[in-house]
Design a protein around this ligand. Structure first.
Ligand code: 6GU
Length: 294
């Protein structure tokens, strides 16, 4: 899967070099490209924001740098690639200081045109990316959405700061690609960067091959296809007694049926306690007598 992330803080994405996703990148499963939006400004101050029409507090991100960024990373069929735009070696960006790749975007355009990245044969179009725009005004990001995005060949993330991006950017992008405005929860972040880290981690771990068998996705809380949405219960490892606290006997019993039953009870209890609105949605037909006692 290819991921392009556009932000005025490319260094924010250094965590994508670490842990599960960092390894997935080294293994060639995730091809992550972080771009500094300011490379698509042309004034001395590399301005990306301006005051909002109609007044009000804060600043709005100007459409021009965003339009150029999206045209370059995902060229519309009618905009032929022109002039190289790689970042000159001397012009160190923050991105380079954390060794996040900044990219010769022109090379991308040509690869895409040739279909090289995705093995397209002659006459087959390269894929059109899906554009994800993190915003507290977006549709809620869910595990179901993560599963859907994990099947895409190419995602582009547009991180807004300030009060958001001029609305015409999303409007115009919708004329040539699928665009999703997505919120990760009912609270307000200072910008989309942290939300993109969340979304990329949720999606990236679902890309085939990223997780080993040992860390399979099947019994995740919220995994689609789980009989119902139950939260996962408590887990334990050695030693059997720690600070006077024993691991529940049943887990040491070797009785697989009893263990499964106990885990289900615990999952139900936790769901009722922490997510009563999810518990209320459980289908009574899927509950047995012992469930009802929980
Ligand atoms: Cl996706 N972006 C921002 N800026 N704030 C948020 C959010 C996203 N989701 C919740 N709050």
């Amino acid at each position: 899967m290819r991921l392009d992330i556009i932000s005025i803080f490319p260094e924010y994405f250094a965590p994508l070099q670490v842990s599960l996703l960092g390894k997935a990148r080294l293994r060639g499963l995730l091809d992550v490209h972080v771009h500094d939006l300011r490379q698509w400004t042309h004034d001395r101050h590399r301005t990306v924001d301006d005051t909002p029409y109609g007044g009000g507090p804060g600043m709005v991100m100007k459409p021009d740098p965003w339009g150029e960024a999206l045209d370059t990373i995902a060229p519309p069929p009618s905009v032929p690639a022109t002039g190289a735009r790689s970042i000159p070696a001397g012009q160190a960006t923050d991105a380079q200081t954390v060794d996040v790749q900044t990219v010769d975007v022109q090379a991308i355009a040509h690869e895409q045109a040739a279909g090289a990245e995705h093995g397209a044969t002659e006459g087959r179009r390269p894929p059109v990316p899906r554009l994800i725009v993190p915003t507290p005004s977006g549709r809620p990001f869910t595990q179901a959405m993560a599963v859907e995005l994990a099947a895409e060949p190419w995602l582009v993330f547009a991180c807004g700061r300030y009060e958001g991006i001029d609305s015409r950017v999303v409007e115009e992008a919708r004329t040539r690609m699928r665009v999703d405005e997505v919120s990760i929860g009912d609270y307000v972040l200072a910008g989309g960067e942290a939300a993109v880290l969340v979304i990329v981690e949720a999606v990236g771990r679902l890309v085939p091959g990223v997780l080993g068998n040992a860390e399979s996705v099947a019994d995740d809380s919220f995994a689609p296809g789980r009989m119902q949405t139950l939260l996962e219960g408590p887990v334990y490892t050695k030693p059997p007694v720690w600070r006077g606290r024993a691991v529940p006997d049943v887990l040491l019993s070797g009785h697989h049926g009893a263990i499964a039953r106990w885990r289900r009870d615990q999952a139900l209890r936790r769901t009722v306690a922490n997510r009563p609105e999810l518990a209320a949605e459980l289908d009574p037909a899927d509950l047995d007598e012992r469930d009802r006692q929980v």
